[in-house]
Each structure stands twice: as structure tokens, then as C-alpha cells.
Design a protein around this ligand. Structure first.
Ligand code: SAM
Ligand code: SF4
Length: 350
């Protein structure tokens, strides 16, 4: 098959690629580390991921040159957005150096990072200076006890709040605050989060508890459908729907009718959004996953370390994407979730 090239600004883009459902490739999520200082029960339950759990060894992680090279290849294939994740990305040594490399990749319009915020107070400024454009902080509760329970390691809430304040001071605006809502755990506290961040310019996003991986004890009864939260929140603070910023945006947006900002809902269980999914995920050891619920990743690190040329790597990625038929969340309702092997969330980072 011939390969077409054309210049866009300074970057040589390849012919755009589409998967079997016509979905383009637009976002690359890069996991920079698989380990984490938290043990959120919905992601890495402490009873499964104990102190002696074997995470990847340093030599198994992609190094910064490798990550940068992969990001450049993806930019040539049409990727516009990069998001750094983990595990906990702020545990990766020298992270600002990686950010500054990625901020210079031609064709990338948006470079974001998601963190649990525990180390954000000291990292916000270096990350901003290195060229990070956007930040998401995961924050499930403003109640110290619930927060301690939901991070599985009794971490205190205050350092995360200090991290958010440091990020504001460093110049980050419209910070996204992600809360996974679990029935009986923190669903009675969603209004506290709404109240705290209304009027700050930041955006709280409520995420339905997803059946990612096979070890987080997911049960449908624990999922709080976004519709239920929407009616509870709008009873106190009237909301109206807002158009997505772009096709395929994961959160549905609502603004406060009194002009105090917006909130979002990520409803992968009750309202799957597979048909617009343009994301690919790179694990910290260099595997590509074309779906959050995929069983198998495609090893890119092997060929990379064995001298594959850019052309060869591009062709592998192109083939992988053009055969992509994943639509797990759409199919969940029909076939059920039980018994299917899936990648764990901490491997691909959400
Ligand atoms: C896997 S974490 C990685 C980045 C970082 N450690 C953090 O927590 O922000 C990325 C996002 O996935 C979310 N997440 C993890 N497990 C989830 C689950 N089972 N259902 C819904 N969201 C989940 C987290 O709350 C977080 O917002
Ligand atoms: S959600 Fe993030 S902070 Fe919580 S255990 Fe998973 S990787 Fe760690």
C-alpha cells in the first residue's frame, strides 16, 4: 500500500489512519511508571497489590528517548494530544525532563498529565516550566476519613489540596478534578466537591466506577449512574448541558446556570462512548493497548530496542490501528463483563 506524506506546519504527517469503525487516531496516553504510592480499592486494591508486589524494574521501563521517539511517530500518524499517566506519574524520576522533550514534539497541540496529587505541591512549578499544558488531579472526597480509606494507604488529604493550590500558583487554569464515585463509599459526598470547586474555574468530573482489570471487585450495584448524580446536583445547583469541546470528548459537560463554571460526567458504564474513541495507550514497558479493556498489548519496546527503523515502527502501528475493532463498553450490556481477561488500570493509566 503506498504511503502518502504531506507537510502540516513543520511536521510531515502520514496519511491519516482509521480503524475498522472509521475512528481516527488522535490521543496517546503514555504511562510512565506502573507503581503507585496509593492503593485505591477500585484500581490497585491493597490486599492484591501488597508491599512485595513486583512492579516493573527500571530497565523494563521505556526510557525518555524511547518515549519521545514513539510520541514523534504517533504525531506523524495524526495524534494531537498526549497525556502522561501511570501508576502515579509523579513517582517517575526526572519527569519534567520528559515533559520538556514532549512539549517540543511537532504536531502535538495538548500535553496533559493526570496525578493523584500527593507530590504535586513540589512538582507543579517544574512541570509548568517544562511545558505541561494541562493538569488533572484525582480527588475522590473532601472528607479526610473517606479520602484516607479510598487511597488505601491512609494518605492525608491536605497535601493534595496543597498540590492543587501550588498548581494554581504555578499558572495552571481549568484544572480537572476526577472523582470515582462508588455507592456506599463516597456517593453521599459529591455535593461537597461541587461546592468546593464551583466558581474557581476548575472542573470536577464524576467518573462511574468501571470494570477495568479483573481485580478491583467491581459489581454493577456499586456503580452510581451519572444520571442519578446529575439530578441530585442540579436539584441544588441548576445545570444545563454544554456542547463537547471536540468529537470524542470523554466527559459530558454541564454548566451551572448561575455562571459559576462547569462540571463533567464520565459515564463509560451507563452511556458508553466507544463509537467516538480515538485513544491509544502505551504502557510503561512499551506495550500498545487499543482499548482500556483490552486483554493484550502489542509490544513496541522489543522492535524499538532491536533497531527497528521509523518506517517499520510506523507500519506496525498503522497495521495495529487499522485492524482495531474494540468496543468493549458498548458490548458490556449485551454480553456481560464476567470472565473476560482485561488489562489492569494501573498498567495503562485511565
Ligand atoms: C489509573 S489513574 C493513574 C493516574 C494517577 N495515579 C491518578 O490516580 O490520577 C487514572 C485515573 O483512573 C481512575 N480510575 C482508576 N480505576 C478506576 C475505575 N475502576 N473506574 C473508574 N476510574 C478509575 C482514577 O481515579 C484516575 O482518575
Ligand atoms: S487510581 Fe491512580 S492513585 Fe489510585 S491506585 Fe490507581 S494509579 Fe494509584
Amino acid at each position: 500500500m503506498p504511503i502518502f506524506f504531506w507537510p502540516v506546519g513543520d511536521i510531515i504527517r502520514e496519511e491519516p489512519i482509521r480503524d475498522l469503525f472509521g475512528r481516527p487516531l488522535r490521543d496517546l496516553r503514555i504511562s510512565v511508571i506502573d507503581s503507585c504510592n496509593f492503593r485505591c480499592p477500585y484500581c490497585m486494591p491493597a490486599e492484591v497489590f501488597g508491599d512485595s508486589y513486583a512492579f516493573l524494574k527500571p530497565a523494563e521501563l521505556l526510557n525518555f528517548e524511547e518515549i519521545e521517539r514513539i510520541a514523534r511517530l504517533f504525531a506523524r500518524l495524526g495524534v494531537l494530544k498526549l497525556k502522561l499517566t501511570g501508576g502515579e506519574p509523579l513517582l517517575r524520576s526526572w519527569l519534567p525532563e520528559l515533559v520538556s522533550r514532549l512539549a517540543r514534539v511537532e504536531g502535538i497541540e495538548d500535553l496533559a498529565l493526570i496525578t493523584n496529587g500527593a507530590h504535586l505541591a513540589r512538582m507543579a512549578r517544574p512541570l509548568q516550566a517544562a511545558g505541561l499544558s494541562r493538569l488533572t488531579v484525582s480527588l475522590d472526597s473532601l472528607d479526610a476519613e473517606t479520602f484516607a480509606f479510598m487511597n488505601g494507604r491512609a494518605h492525608r488529604l491536605q497535601p493534595v489540596l496543597d498540590g492543587i493550590a501550588a498548581a494554581e500558583a504555578a499558572g495552571f487554569r481549568r484544572i480537572k478534578l476526577n472523582a470515582v464515585v462508588i455507592r456506599g463509599m463516597n456517593d453521599h459526598q459529591v455535593l461537597d466537591l461541587v461546592r468546593r470547586f464551583r466558581g474557581t474555574g476548575h472542573i470536577v468530573r464524576f467518573i462511574e466506577f468501571m470494570d477495568v482489570g479483573n481485580r478491583n471487585g467491581w459489581r454493577r450495584e456499586l456503580v452510581v449512574p451519572s444520571k442519578e448524580l446529575l439530578s441530585r446536583i442540579s436539584a441544588e445547583y441548576p445545570l444545563s448541558p454544554v456542547e463537547p469541546n471536540y468529537r470524542g470528548e470523554v466527559a459530558s459537560r454541564y454548566s451551572f446556570t448561575d455562571g459559576q463554571g462547569e462540571i463533567g460526567f464520565i459515564s463509560s458504564v451507563s452511556q458508553p462512548f466507544c463509537s467516538d474513541c480515538t485513544r491509544v495507550r502505551l504502557s510503561a514497558d512499551g506495550r500498545l493497548y487499543t482499548c482500556l479493556f483490552a486483554a493484550k498489548g502489542f509490544d513496541l519496546r522489543g522492535p524499538l530496542r532491536h533497531g527497528a527503523s521509523d518506517g517499520e515502527l510506523l507500519s506496525m502501528i498503522r497495521t495495529l490501528w487499522s485492524r482495531r475493532a474494540d468496543r468493549y463498553s458498548d458490548e458490556r450490556a449485551a454480553r456481560g463483563a464476567d470472565g473476560i481477561r482485561k488489562v489492569e488500570m494501573y498498567t495503562v493509566g485511565g
